[in-house]
Design a protein around this ligand. Sequence first.
Ligand SMILES: CC(C)(COP(=O)(O)OP(=O)(O)OC[C@H]1O[C@@H](n2cnc3c(N)ncnc32)[C@H](O)[C@@H]1OP(=O)(O)O)[C@@H](O)C(=O)NCCC(=O)NCCS
Length: 191
Amino acid sequence: MPTFPANDVLLRPLFEVPVDEVVRLYIDNRTFLKPFEPPRPDAYFTRGGQRELLDTAERLWQGGSAYTFAICRRAENDQPSSMVGRLTLSNIVRGAWHSCTVGYFVSQRCNGQGIATQALSHAVDFAFQTAELHRVQAAIMPRNKASIRVVEKVGFHCEGLAKYYLNINGIWENHAIYSVTQELWPPRSRN
Ligand SMILES: CC(C)(COP(=O)(O)OP(=O)(O)OC[C@H]1O[C@@H](n2cnc3c(N)ncnc32)[C@H](O)[C@@H]1OP(=O)(O)O)[C@@H](O)C(=O)NCCC(=O)NCCS
């Protein structure tokens, strides 16, 4: 598998992507993502269901309470090409916490090319420089070795295990909590 050189991955607001492109990606990856996501109603895989979710994503983005991105490859004209994944910065809380959570996926057919690693790195830059947050947190099931590798490569640190933390595919699963703060960004050396 080829590895993308740095900056060959772009993030763009998900609500700017044509809804049919979003639906196609979710349908193509429905079986792949099932073990890693909360239960999804059938409407999630329809144009109408995604239209509503894109409108909500735009409203939350404008209000500064969540940022959902399409992960895209950079085309030759420097524009984003078709969407290959999604990344969301959500649960944004200001005040003393000034923190958010991050979730992401990359289409199964594009795995192993460094795309999630680049996308997450761009998203942390956005969180600290544009959204002016102090901390980004990821929660990962210990058996999800690929995702753990992604956060470690980007420079997140493991804080410990949260028991029965998120409902994934209908089961309350333990999650390892990883985070990075502004003080530790950018990391001195990448893994
Ligand atoms: C996890 C996910 C985002 C990774 O996307 P990706 O674009 O393939 O990630 P990258 O290519 O940037 O990095 C993957 C790394 O994991 C490694 N990896 C993959 N499978 C692995 C496994 N079973 N055990 C150990 N490492 C593994 C790869 O070798 C690579 O590390 P390397 O660069 O050191 O070789 C993608 O598989 C996915 O969307 N999974 C389903 C949804 C999900 O798990 N989301 C995250 C929830 S916390």
